[in-house]
Design a protein. Structure first.
Length: 265
């Protein structure tokens, strides 16, 4: 990417974030019931781009602007970095298991991009991080204005380290990915969107990724409809650790259904 293209992309990120911040003033205090029912504390940002319009909602706007470790939601941009650097060729490339037994059984075998995203296989992305190095990771994150773009601290830096991103910033990143506007080959962006598919119906597709730092849980993505996408980014505190993880999707799905962004049960 040349300097002029990088400047134009950075400007588009800033403008998109400012637009979102302005429209995110539509606070949905009534959505507190979804968090209360789930006994969870957190935030969600939803941007509805159906029917040629843009309507943005937020629950807890202060928290939506606060940065947290992205945890495994970072696998979305991280996969793009690995593809761009040539570490990863495509979704079929076999990533050999190192033979180390880990607590999640699905991790204890060879992986590819699709399985690594589906199973959130940490060791695959730790390998990418070692091959890329902190300096190159930082350079990539700065190119896409990803959170604070810091690759330092504990390892992996996207879980234990200093990297942090807000729900608002997650939405900005996802919107650029949806439109193939990130500074990466379009075929790479399309591939990542393909491996993000969680489920689909006759006329809708849900693309999303979970994340968990141990303290904060994420679910970010969008629902595609013929009339346009509905983006979402949720994070919640997880004081009960594993027992809280199902709440990420429970809360988000209920909120999306409340605005007909997901079909009924």
């Amino acid at each position: 990417m040349n300097r002029r293209s990088l400047i134009l992309f950075s400007l588009s990120i800033v403008l998109a974030f400012r637009t979102l911040s302005a429209s995110a003033s539509q606070e949905r205090a009534d959505w507190s019931s979804f968090f209360t029912t789930a006994e969870a504390h957190g935030t969600i940002v939803v941007v509805d781009n159906r029917n040629g319009k843009e309507v943005a909602f937020v629950y807890d706007s202060e928290r939506a602007g606060r940065r947290y470790s992205p945890a495994s939601t970072f696998k979305i941009p991280h996969s793009l970095f690995a593809l761009d650097a040539g570490i990863l060729r495509d979704e079929f490339q076999v990533i050999p298991w190192d033979g180390i037994k880990r607590s999640i059984e699905a991790w204890n075998e060879d992986q590819n991009l699709r399985s690594a995203m589906r199973n959130s296989t940490v060791w695959v992305y730790e390998r990418f991080a070692r091959q890329l190095g902190d300096a190159r990771e930082t350079e990539y994150m700065r190119k896409i204005a990803y959170g604070n773009a810091v690759a330092g601290g504990g390892k992996p830096f996207w879980v234990e380290g200093d990297l942090a991103i807000s729900a608002n910033e997650q939405i900005s990143f996802l919107r650029h990915l949806y439109r193939n506007e990130l500074p990466f080959p379009v075929e790479h962006q399309r591939l990542i969107k393909d491996v993000m598919v969680n489920e689909a119906g006759r006329d809708w597709i849900l693309r999303a990724k979970t994340g968990w730092s141990g303290k904060v849980g994420w679910w970010v993505g969008w629902v595609e409809w013929p009339t346009g996408p509905v983006f979402f980014a949720l994070n919640i505190d997880t004081p009960n650790r594993l027992n809280d993880l199902s709440k990420r999707q429970e809360i988000t799905r209920n909120i999306l259904r409340s605005i007909t962004a997901l079909p009924p049960y």
